[in-house]
Write a protein that binds this ligand. Structure first.
Ligand SMILES: NC(=O)c1ccc[n+]([C@@H]2O[C@H](COP(=O)([O-])OP(=O)(O)OC[C@H]3O[C@@H](n4cnc5c(N)ncnc54)[C@H](OP(=O)(O)O)[C@@H]3O)[C@@H](O)[C@H]2O)c1
Length: 292
């Protein structure tokens, strides 16, 4: 049983992580209501009192549009907040898992998938502040795993919020019955949040460093939505509800795919995004939605 402190435990990942491991590990979850990570003293006091062996830093401003409208607040939370958590981990000798993102590449003009050493060129405050935090944390402690996640998906659950993601968004289109335009030229890795939860503590068994992590995916967003409709058993609704949007990203495809070969070579592997989606839909017993 490990003693773990996780920040952002009311978020999409954190709530599910804490519930999943609550019987196996001793976990203290903190979110904005308990400790504002911008408050350095409060962060250090909390970590020094709890003395975790492992710190998982998930708290952040994650919405890109909000981050661009509130750049100063985003920097305080995503950079200064991360520094405070790292200083706390350093003070108690804890190992730190820091969650970064594929979005550090959202301004790159060349096509993905990107490897860890590829020069990142973020063009949102979210991406910029995550990249800046990575650099700052490397200067604070060496027992540090920087994990750049691909886009996670999952479904709403009791007392666990859900963020916008392909499976949930496709379901909402199906339920609303309103046709939606889906970009054809958008390419992102897609990871089931439970696949990430299952593997995340295993990362501590591989050498510290920066890793791209999650399921890889070759399909554009429109083709992914078609796949989701088929897996839900509502393929007959595809042509009514899913309109291929060829205009968005026409000039330059949006491509933030990550090459996950480095972490794969270290033994941490994920199924391809389409398989992960099929598994999620099966596990939530959501196949056959088209039949009464
Ligand atoms: N979900 C993905 O697909 C994805 C992909 C790549 C990377 N990541 C990274 O993985 C981590 C977890 O993602 P997620 O989707 O679970 O994010 P999330 O749902 O947005 O959760 C983040 C949590 O952090 C909290 N928080 C924000 N500001 C805080 C502050 N000042 N003090 C304390 N807590 C604060 C948020 O509270 P409020 O809701 O009150 O703001 C929220 O509960 C993030 O660092 C994210 O950048 C996620």
């Amino acid at each position: 049983m490990a003693r773990i402190l996780i920040t952002g435990n009311k978020g999409f990942f954190g709530a599910r992580f804490q519930r999943h491991y609550s019987l196996q590990h001793q976990i203290l979850g903190i979110d904005r209501d308990e400790v504002d990570i911008v408050d350095r003293d409060a962060v250090l006091r909390t970590i020094e009192e709890y003395r975790p062996e492992i710190v998982i830093h998930g708290a952040a401003i994650t919405a890109t549009s909000f981050s661009d409208k509130h750049p100063e607040l985003t920097r305080q939370i995503n950079v200064d907040g991360a520094v405070h958590v790292a200083e706390g981990a350093m003070a108690v000798g804890a190992r730190l898992l820091f969650f970064s993102t594929e979005q550090v590449f959202n301004g790159n003009v060349e096509a993905g998938p990107y490897r860890e050493e590829h020069a990142a060129n973020p063009d949102t405050m979210y991406g910029r502040t995550k990249l800046e935090a990575e650099d700052r944390l490397r200067g604070i402690l060496s027992d540090l795993w920087i994990l750049r996640f691909t886009w996670m998906f999952g479904l709403p659950e009791y007392q666990a919020m859900v963020n916008p993601n392909v499976v949930w968004d496709a379901l909402r289109i199906a339920v609303s019955g309103k046709p939606a335009r889906i970009p054809v030229q958008e390419f992102r890795g897609l990871t089931w949040v439970y696949h990430m939860i299952d593997r995340i503590l295993g990362v501590l068994e591989i050498p510290p460093g920066t890793y791209h992590i999650g399921s890889e995916n070759e399909l554009g967003r429109y083709d992914i939505f078609r796949h989701i409709f088929r897996e839900l058993g509502i393929a007959s609704r595809i042509d009514d509800l899913l309109i291929p949007d060829h205009d968005k990203y026409r000039a330059k495809p949006r491509d933030v795919r990550l090459d996950t070969g480095k972490i794969g070579a270290a033994g941490i592997t994920f199924p391809p995004g389409t398989e992960a989606i099929s598994e999620c839909i099966r596990e939530f017993s959501m196949t056959g939605m088209g039949s009464p």
